[in-house]
Design a protein around this ligand. Structure first.
Ligand SMILES: [Zn+2]
Length: 100
């Protein structure tokens, strides 16, 4: 699977992988990690809101709204699937490395 640059404002483009409804963050921990395993996991969108998710520990944390343009290519069915997944997760404060 090839990396794809998706527009990210206002910072520089972030390299992420598109995995169906989900977007893997391949630049380490820019948006923090799961407080249990310290991995950044992936994010998904519910309308214009972006959420990181750790499937293993069922955690999620909000990373902002309308930072990536990809949500505009999605539809209600995708957001309903994504919202259903978020409802299975606990909202947490993300972990960040000390030297960032
Ligand atoms: Zn985790």
């Amino acid at each position: 699977m090839s990396g794809k640059i998706i527009e990210f404002r206002p910072k520089t483009p972030l390299r992420i992988q598109v995995l169906g409804d989900e977007y893997e963050i391949t630049d380490d921990l820019y948006f923090g990690g799961c407080p249990v395993c310290k991995k950044s996991g992936y994010f998904l969108n519910v309308e214009r809101d972006h959420w990181c998710v750790c499937d293993e520990h069922k955690t999620c944390w909000s990373i902002g709204s309308n930072l990536f343009s990809n949500w505009m290519n999605e539809d209600w069915a995708t957001w309903q699937r994504n919202n259903a997944k978020l409802l299975t997760c606990t909202v947490v404060d993300p972990w960040y490395p000390e030297n960032r």
